[in-house]
Ligand binder design. Structure first.
Ligand SMILES: [Zn+2]
Length: 480
């Protein structure tokens, strides 16, 4: 039988984690890419054999949890038979649960966004019929395309100390032994782990976590070690809050009116060059394939990977600059999934893949934790359509990607700045936090809007008189 961790113990662990959060934050630092090359080649064969079985089982659970209503739970009783030991089986289930959970969350967010789009569309149709003004022919009914179930391609094991143990070595030529349980019970694999100067320095005096990650890339096995670090929280309780809106035209826009990083200009140019290169390569491949050439050029793009890395660096830099400018602030940002981002920036879909948008909230979370700064996520629904002055929620308020102009009170602002103001004000908003779905949020905001109009007696203005108030950046087609 696979060992099951009792519920009580899990609850206690959870409590411990939340208790820790209050005075300090624990961040996990990973030290990647320690090559397992010191062993003679034959030795790692046992690991190669293991990972084939491991990955197949992991995939079975991922598929199960992404295609049925079963909730992904790494502690659930196993349902598939496997050659793996009970301990390895448990590790595979936990890794699969992690993958399935994030996939399901992202898919659900995308599906919710689609439903919301659909409702908007139906409303627009009804309005058009009522008023007799035909609907914009460019506006199409939203279509849902079902997501593919994640496919595990790169051999990767997120191991616990139950199956992979790091032991200090007595030998002076390398630092650790990695003891790996294999398919052959009672015959673990022992691989020496040798640090480079960089690893020795990065890990000096650190207490290593017992969990390890093993990945195989380009025929080599790589080990990732990690350690936890406690950082004292130094943001004051009543610190001024700064809302941060995440986007493409501007990576970060703060409620203090500053902007950091952009995907326009140089990054967009590089992205376009990469896309052309890929298209060309695909054509070449198709042509060679037709002619029956056996060895086809690879489809993976080195420039694409390099570009992706570069975008991440740019994001990291933007986040660092933003935090440098607001060292005493509490950062309030939106809990953004890639899926909802796709809808937020629909006219720039092509940019999305390369821009690694999901990296932005992750980097904000990590960089603030590292500096001991408080950062909180808030619900982001309608933050880009809501007027920060009168709370009117209307798609028409967003006259363009860049410009916000409230159809009700006439408030004009840069669209991202307006959104960042909304986000900042949402921190500590219990009523909004209690909303279960987007519909409830919209109803709440519109109720507040009603209250505002009665209070100030605001007058209706003609919608969007001042198009192009802000200099819109060039679109993807005319970037030079
Ligand atoms: Zn308004």
């Amino acid at each position: 039988m696979v060992r099951k961790i009792p519920q009580q113990q899990r609850d206690e662990e959870k409590k411990k984690r939340t208790r820790k959060k209050k005075s300090k934050q624990t961040i996990t630092c990973a030290v990647p890419h320690i090559r397992l090359s010191e062993a003679n080649p034959g030795k790692l064969e046992a690991l190669d054999q293991l990972v084939v079985v491991y990955q197949a089982l992991c995939q079975q659970y991922v598929t199960l949890w992404c295609t049925t209503d079963d909730i992904p739970d790494g502690y659930a009783p196993p349902v598939f038979a496997s050659q793996l030991s009970d301990r390895w089986h448990r590790v595979a289930m936990q890794q699969a649960a992690g993958i399935a959970k994030s996939w399901r969350t992202n898919r659900q967010a995308a599906f919710d966004a689609y439903l919301e789009d659909l409702a908007d569309y139906a409303q627009a149709i009804a309005k058009a019929e009522q008023s007799g003004i035909p609907l914009d022919p460019k506006r199409k009914e939203p279509v849902w395309r079902e997501w593919n179930v994640p496919e595990l391609r790169v051999p990767c094991i997120q191991a616990t100390a139950n199956v992979v143990v790091l032991e200090p070595s007595e030998d002076s030529t390398f630092e650790y032994w990695l003891r790996i349980s294999t398919l052959d019970k009672g015959h673990p694999l022992r691989v020496p782990v040798k640090f480079s100067a960089y690893h020795t320095q990065a890990l000096a005096g650190k207490k290593l976590n017992t969990s390890t990650t093993l990945c195989k890339r380009n025929g080599c096995w790589w080990l990732t070690l990690s350690f936890d670090e406690d950082v004292a929280l130094r943001t004051e309780k009543d610190a001024p809050r700064v809302g941060v809106d995440v986007g493409i035209a501007n990576f970060l826009t703060t409620s203090t009116g500053k902007q950091y990083g952009t995907f326009h200009g140089e990054l967009a140019r590089r992205h376009r060059r990469d896309r052309e290169k890929r298209r060309h390569k695909a054509k070449l491949r198709a042509c060679l394939k037709k002619k029956g050439v056996a060895k086809l050029p690879s489809t993976s793009s080195v420039t694409g990977q390099r570009l992706s890395r570069h975008v991440r660096q740019e994001i990291n830099r933007a986040v660092a600059l933003m935090l440098q400018d607001h060292p005493e602030a509490r950062i309030v940002y939106e809990d953004l999934s890639v899926a909802s981002m796709r809808f937020k920036a629909r006219c720039m879909n092509a940019y999305l893949y390369a821009s690694n948008l999901a990296h932005m909230p992750e980097q904000i979370k990590w960089a603030t934790a590292k500096r001991g700064m408080a950062a909180n996520t808030v619900k982001a629904a309608y933050s880009s359509q809501e007027c920060s002055r009168c709370h009117d929620v209307d798609r028409a308020n967003r006259v363009s990607q860049q410009t916000f102009c409230c159809v009700y009170c006439g408030y004009q602002d840069h669209a991202d700045h307006n959104a960042s103001l909304n986000l900042a004000s949402r921190w500590g908003d219990q009523e909004l936090a209690a909303c279960q779905n987007k519909g409830q949020i919209k109803a709440l905001l519109l109720r507040r809007h009603e209250g505002c109009t009665q209070l100030f007696g605001l007058a209706v203005v003609q919608p969007a008189v001042q198009l192009g108030l802000w200099n819109d950046p060039p679109t993807s087609t005319d970037v030079v």
